[in-house]
Design a protein around this ligand. Structure first.
Ligand code: FAD
Length: 545
């Protein structure tokens, strides 16, 4: 199909384009590249000052990816893939941000990105069959297609503790870390939160601070990163046939090329299970431990509990104080039902004399005061409070555009009042020509996001080009298809242990958020097959006009 070029135009206060993309992270950058190649005029609207999304905002000490960077990369252009070599198994935030700068330069992307601009509201105009986007800076945008590449983990959760405004010291959020860094030397610092960002930053903050107090509500499973150069076995596998490696990732469970493990826990002896576990622990590979120990680890409670016990042993072996070790050992959720974290000296940090763990399950925070934090049992004087309290995941950035109104003035916040409803995690009935990249209802955060993002971008841009070439102007999920997808999502989730945990996957971390398991749990390969089948069966579940 020959690409037809269409130039953006400005009419008064409105910029006219075929496609508006919101977000210039991993997803938005690839979208812009593909849309241009397909001959669409496109603009990307981005609140930040530059490209990178997650990796622009999260500059806290220790910020890194936890999927090996050999896998956490664009794969759409083999030349790009060859031109960039990662320096480490798990690259740091500055290196990942440089990568996005490199990609933006290589494809000359920045000229179509409006930085420092937030999309505030979006309205579908039924008569004109176009979306009207209201921005907070410069012209508004009128577009045929509106793609939200707004990120699953891009809206930091506001603090839910009384008295934050009274605190006289410094306050930082890991998800909005200052670009010039923060000098913590000699200061009394608190970190609230022990998810991925807390676990990555705590060891480095402890090295600088006079004293660090960590406030923990839910203990996370942290697995050793053993960072360093990319491991030889993976590199050799990758270099042997890069295209085959990438293809295997696309059809895998989690977006990293591993075969399906077949042995179930009870077929293995204690010694065999321990051997598998020790090998994986020594390798420092999150996806390996999450998917490769035994086949029933994510589906069977007992098979899963065996892993929890082995990790508890590891924690006890490192952390000298038994009470602290017990508090750090997760006992309220199955392993993997909440995202495990990667640990570089995390547990060992609690052996430092200048680090204290406060277990909020035993002594909840009562308030933040002018001078520090008061719990049921103690008062901690502080110079700095770091909130590592996570994100309003998956729906936060979508709902922050308010209102989003579809057909007949229907508002997305009303449609989603009982939790997000989507078809394939990509579209919503009643909202024609609106697409969400890695939206709720797709594998998204349960996968290597690089693979999930590329799959969504390819699917959406291919569909837009096919619609255009067939003379259609709108595409909209049917209510029936959406209800069917909800049922399928629920059926799949009943086969996993996610239903047993209150996590950010279910919205439980945000007070008042409706609880529903948001990501699709059956894996990126099966999901890709379904998306392809929808197309091969004549856009099953979509109404085209
Ligand atoms: P983002 O990178 O979040 O980009 C979205 C952009 O949209 C942001 O820049 C935001 O400013 C902009 N935006 C949102 N709303 C608006 C609006 N209304 N108007 C204008 N602009 C807007 N995933 C993995 O697979 N592996 C990892 O190892 C990994 N590590 C992570 C580490 C951290 C600390 C975090 C927070 C996330 C990590 N993730 C990881 C998930 C990560 O978010 C994705 O991998 C990926 O970067 C998401 O890309 P994106 O383009 O979809 O969204």
């Amino acid at each position: 199909v020959a690409a037809r070029s269409s130039e953006p135009t400005n009419s008064g206060t409105t910029q006219q384009v075929d496609v508006a993309v919101v977000g210039a992270g991993f997803a938005g950058l690839y979208l812009l590249h593909r849309l241009r190649k397909a001959g669409f005029s496109a603009v990307v609207i981005e609140e930040a000052g530059d490209v990178g999304g997650t990796w622009y905002w999260n500059r806290y000490p220790g910020a890194r990816c936890d999927i090996q960077t050999i896998d956490y990369s664009y794969t759409f252009d083999p030349e790009l893939d060859r031109e960039w070599t990662w320096s480490e198994k798990y690259a740091t935030q500055p290196e990942i941000l440089r990568y996005f700068g490199f990609v933006a330069d290589r494809y000359d992307l920045r000229r179509d990105i409006r930085f420092g601009t937030r999309v505030k509201a979006a309205n579908w105009d039924d008569a004109g069959e176009r979306w009207q986007l209201t921005t907070d800076n410069g012209t508004n945008v009128s577009c045929r297609y509106y793609i939200m590449a707004t990120g699953c983990l891009s809206t930091p959760k506001p603090p839910e503790i009384d008295g934050v405004k009274d605190f006289k010291g410094e306050i930082y959020f890991t998800g909005r870390w200052p670009h010039d860094g923060v000098n913590l030397a000699g200061k009394r610092v608190a970190v609230i939160g022990t998810g991925s960002s807390g676990i990555q930053s705590i060891p480095l903050i402890a090295e600088q601070a006079a004293h660090l107090t960590v406030f923990q509500r839910t203990a996370s499973f942290a697995l050793p990163a053993h960072n360093g150069p990319a491991p030889d076995d993976r590199k050799t596998y990758f270099e042997a046939d890069r295209a085959a490696y990438r293809e295997q990732a696309r059809w895998s469970l989690a977006g990293v090329p591993y075969p399906q493990e077949m042995a179930v826990s009870w077929q293995l002896s204690d010694a065999e299970r321990r051997e598998r576990f020790e090998k994986a622990w020594a390798a420092g590979d999150l996806v390996h431990i999450l998917t490769q120990l035994w086949a029933d680890q994510a589906a069977d409670f007992d098979g899963n509990a065996l892993i929890g016990k082995l990790i508890h042993e590891k924690i006890r072996a490192v952390v000298k104080d038994p009470e602290t070790a017990a508090a750090l050992s997760p006992n309220d959720h199955p392993f993997g039902s909440k995202r495990p974290c990667l640990d570089t000296n995390y547990y060992a940090t609690y052996n430092r004399p200048n680090v204290t763990l406060v277990n909020l399950r035993q002594e909840p925070i009562k308030a933040i005061t002018g001078s520090g934090i008061v719990t049921d049992k103690r008062s901690v004087d502080l110079d700095v409070i770091v909130f590592a309290t996570g994100f309003d995941a998956m729906t936060g950035a979508i709902m922050a555009v308010h209102p989003i109104t579809g057909r007949a003035g229907k508002s997305l916040s009303n449609v989603w009042a009982q939790g997000p409803q989507t078809y394939l995690g990509l579209t919503v009935a009643g909202f024609p020509n609106l697409f969400m990249i890695t939206g709720p209802g797709s594998p998204s955060v349960l996968s290597n996001m690089a693979v999930s993002i590329e799959q969504h971008v390819d699917w959406v841009v291919d569909r837009l080009a096919a619609l255009r070439d067939a003379g259609f102007t709108t595409m909209e999920a049917t209510e029936t298809a959406q209800a069917g997808w909800a049922q399928h999502m629920a059926d799949c989730s009943m086969l996993t242990l996610h239903r047993l945990a209150n996590t950010w996957y279910t919205g439980a971390n945000v007070p008042g958020k409706v609880q529903a398991l948001m990501p699709y749990t059956s894996g990126v390969g099966p999901y890709r097959g379904i998306c392809n089948e929808v197309v091969s069966r004549g856009m099953l579940g979509f109404r085209l006009t």
